[in-house]
Design a protein around this ligand. Structure first.
Ligand SMILES: Nc1ncnc2c1ncn2[C@@H]1O[C@H](COP(=O)(O)OP(=O)(O)OP(=O)(O)O)[C@@H](O)[C@H]1O
Length: 312
């Protein structure tokens, strides 16, 4: 019996989806971040092995006959160079042999799995706004292009991280009177049990504060902007326009992208109507023939489809 496991390793969480030979979903497992640039290699690999343990235990519990054979596709945020891909492939291959499990693994990227999840194919344009951000394009002939995706220090425009950082800076500017009062201040003080917003300083400058801790604050801009808060709307719209600029640059790189399907993926597109709409308007104004789609299925499901359909 052959089973297909798709893994979407994000900056905040990792999701695994298990499909049977008929591409029916058997299980969905979630765990912590497996992005080595967000949590470090040791933690990322330990988390990946824990997710493999749980996925394989679920698969074995559901297969009554002979032990299943696995094909595993991993779409990992932050794993983009050949060296990084080899390291993850070797780690998973060694894991399978150590556990005496029959199977093979290959690493794709978080863009290809998200495109496959919605379009059922790997060509098209994808904008991801999750903890990080990237715009990715693949032509029908398999040529690949990307804009952004350089991580939180070098890029990540329009990401949860950047919106989170802008949110933190905006509430401090509002406290100083540089910006007008904003509902984000109350949302943060209430959620964190602060008496005053200045307590943020003690939290943010603690050692060990990570990219995803900053990205967490994006939710306050998203919530306040939904009620029309001026400062929050500016934060959200500015980031949507920055990511739209990346998308327009990417689309300009190849004629086939000018009338392509564009998939909008990641929690920021999902949870912020303002972000989603601002992005769509800006990009459609430049390329009116594009077809925009909100992501239909999870990227982990797309990874599992790739595991089923692509030979490593
Ligand atoms: N309910 C919510 N409301 C508003 N924002 C949210 C919500 N849930 C998550 N977010 C935002 O989305 C970010 C995570 O997005 P997502 O789950 O798409 O990323 P990820 O897959 O972990 O990361 P990536 O793919 O970028 O490495 C959080 O950091 C937060 O900023």
């Amino acid at each position: 019996m052959k089973l297909y496991l798709g893994i979407d390793g994000g900056g905040t969480k990792t999701e695994a989806v298990l499909l049977d030979a008929e591409e029916r979903e058997l299980a969905c497992i979630t765990g912590g971040s497996t992005n080595p640039h967000a949590v470090g290699y040791d933690t990322a690999i330990a988390e990946l092995k824990a997710i493999l343990d749980r996925s394989i235990a679920q698969a074995q519990a559901q297969s009554s006959s002979a032990p299943p054979r696995f094909r595993i596709a991993l779409g990992m945020a932050g794993v983009s160079t050949d060296e990084e891909r080899s390291l993850i492939t070797e780690t998973v291959t060694a894991y399978l042999s150590e556990k005496r499990i029959e199977g093979e693994a290959f690493v794709t990227n978080d863009a290809e799995i998200a495109l496959t999840a919605t379009l059922g194919r790997e060509h098209g344009v994808l904008a991801i706004a999750g903890t990080g951000s990237i715009v990715f394009g693949c032509t029908p002939e398999g040529e690949r292009y990307r804009t952004g995706g350089w991580g939180h220090l070098l890029g990540d425009e329009g990401s949860g991280y950047r919106i989170g950082l802008d949110t933190l800076q905006a509430v401090m500017r509002s406290y100083d009177g540089v910006y007008p009062p904003t509902a984000m201040t109350r949302l943060i003080t209430e959620a964190h049990g602060y008496h005053t917003i200045t307590e943020l300083k003690g939290y943010i400058y603690q050692p060990g504060i990570k990219k995803q801790d900053i990205a967490h604050f994006a939710r306050y801009a998203i919530e306040a902007s939904a009620s029309g808060d001026e400062v929050a709307c500016q934060v959200v719209e500015r980031n949507a326009l920055e990511l739209a600029g990346h998308a327009i640059t990417l689309i300009n790189k190849h004629a086939s992208f000018h009338c392509a399907d564009v998939v909008l993926s990641g929690s920021i597109f999902k949870h912020s109507a303002l972000f989603n709409e601002s992005f769509r308007q800006q990009v459609s104004a430049a390329f009116p023939q594009l077809r925009m789609h909100d992501a239909l299925h999870t990227p982990a499901y797309g990874a599992a489809l790739l595991a089923a359909r692509r030979t490593p």
